[in-house]
Write a protein that binds this ligand. Structure first.
Ligand SMILES: [Zn+2]
Length: 269
């Protein structure tokens, strides 16, 4: 049975869809409305097969009914951005804000209003200027492969040594984002590797796979962090074994092969 709060959300969506159809000439007749659990008040999703879904959290909205008027335009603005790329809406940029504003939204961008990519992991990097920016799996792999991206607005750089979190997977936000510290953060190699949890469980996914990194990329990252933090060769090898599932020989060989590329001396003690 439909709850009172669900009915109110559906009414607000219907009203805003009518307005959006007038203003932006978009076809929202196929928009699906879903009620979800979790930490987000709302979420906009487009699936691999082209469905568009606005998710709302009835529990959060029941406790904060005044949020309905904020979160509905917020998520619809993402959906309209998907349907009409010419509007230039990406994440919470100016194009998105303009649509949100036209639908009576407040432009409010809270962490609880999340949009994540429909395919693969969604990554949130902290650029050198401190700005957080979200990237898809493809861009993440390019960045980890050495590509440097520059944020147009601030000139900040996004590089393989920046901190990042995995915040979503296949269109849904992760309940517990996985965080990787910047290479120059005061976290040690040991802490980094211990994030992988109980390495004793052979079937547990390795840290590398949980982060969507290749084992080699994960190993290079550990080498850079460990070297910058003054960890010993042995400590770095141990961290690589835990994080990548390597045995000792493989960890040592990987260190040797990747030392130059990681900027770490091959003969580190
Ligand atoms: Zn959003």
């Amino acid at each position: 049975m439909q709850s009172d709060i669900e009915r109110r959300v559906r009414e607000e969506v219907a009203a805003k869809c009518a307005l959006a159809t007038q203003l932006f000439h978009v076809d929202l007749s196929k928009l699906e409305i879903n009620f979800m659990r979790g930490r987000s008040a709302g979420k906009a999703q487009r699936t691999a097969d082209g469905r568009i879904i606005a998710h709302f959290n009835a529990t959060i909205l029941e406790a904060n009914p005044e949020e309905i008027a904020i979160v509905v335009p917020h998520e619809l603005a993402h959906i309209i951005g998907y349907l009409r790329p010419s509007l230039g809406a990406r994440h919470h940029n100016y194009g998105w804000w303009a649509i949100d504003n036209a639908l009576g939204g407040t432009g409010s961008v809270r962490h609880s209003y999340d949009v994540v990519y429909a395919h693969g992991h969604t990554y949130e990097y902290t650029a050198t200027c401190g700005t957080k920016t979200r990237v898809s799996k493809v861009l993440h792999e390019r960045i980890q492969g050495g590509q440097v991206r520059t944020l147009r607005r601030t000139g900040g750089k996004v590089t393989a040594t920046c901190a990042f979190s995995v915040i979503g997977s296949n269109g849904l936000p992760l309940a517990t984002p996985v965080h990787v510290e910047a290479a120059n953060s005061p976290k040690t190699v040991q802490n980094f590797a211990l994030q992988s949890g109980s390495a004793a469980v052979a079937t547990a996914p390795t840290l590398a796979s949980r982060l969507g990194l290749s084992k080699a990329a994960c190993a290079r990252r550990l080498m850079q962090i460990g070297y910058q933090q003054g960890n010993s060769y042995e400590e770095i090898i141990q961290a690589m074994m835990r994080a990548c599932g390597y045995n000792r020989n493989l960890a040592r060989a990987t260190f040797k092969v990747n030392a130059a590329r990681a900027g770490v001396p091959e003969d580190l003690q």
